[in-house]
Design a protein. Sequence first.
Length: 373
Amino acid sequence: MACERRSFLKAAAAAGLAAAAAPCRGAGQAAEEASEFPVKPARHFVALPEKRVRCELCPRKCEVADRERGYCGVRENRGGDYTTLVWGRACSLNIDPIEKKPLFHFLPGATALSVATAGCNMECKFCQNWEISQFRPEQIAASFMPPARLAELAAARGAPAIAYTYSEPVVFFEYMYDAAVAGNARKIKSVMISNGYILEPALAELCDVLAAVKIDLKGFTEKFYKEYTKGELAPVLAALKYVAKRRVWLEIVVLLIPSLNDGAAELTEMCAWIAGELGPDTPLHFSRYHPMYKLKNIPPTPLQSLERAHAVAKKAGLNYVYLGNVAGHEAESTYCPQCGKAVITRYGYRVDARALTDGKCAGCGAPVPGVWE
């Protein structure tokens, strides 16, 4: 299987991370290895008759019979008690630049301890991390990494943030929440890198403990979501509006796929919605698509398409619009909307924020919104 080629980084000591192989687990190994990881109670579900449960974590609202799992494959009904199988079960662990998430208005130049478990509540045909997102936890090698250990490791490595990323952190809600609490106790911030497919009560709890959220807006039509993600657009828009209302720092990424979600009318409508509903200072990243997973018949996004999307967003009144996966392009940098000065220059993950002083443009003194310290 493809995940036999997957490797992840796991903790070897309090001061560092070491590479370790992460092959898929055969069916015969699952029972033997299950005891390595605790099974914790899940949150956000409703008990139903005959030991069934209805999950209230994401818009799928899976109704799950006894000994069955929800769509995500990581939440299981055990005799009417809904459980999470991935609490502390880190299948990928790494130190990344915060810009890789990407978050451009959040501690520029800093690093984040990035962690994931198996599972996802969508199936994007273009998924970049399908080797972990589209498998069940017992099929993926993992290390036990409880929340307190994550916070300890981030502190030891000088990372001011923990990022829940790679797969879909919504499905490991309990692990993420507990890790964010543990991190906050050590003054380590937490950021969620998500598809935004989550119901408001659960999102409200996360907004109490998270410092930033990056949401992938896959497209701006229900048709695209249904055909290419097996999800829905409306709940994602609701999540975006809620995060913006809570004033948790928010950034948006759109993976621009030629002929599928890059039409002028769709982009115009999307950018107008972001400016009107979330505010003109919401950072928007257009990223170049590369063939991946089940969508390999479409070539990479032309630079001209990315630049056209950038122009549409600027015309809509958005102040901070970026292009991703195009190292060296001027649209990687942050410019003061008032005087036009580059306040943060970027080349890939090389960052220079010296023209940003106390969250303001060093040229004209205009404030630049973000989390800077």
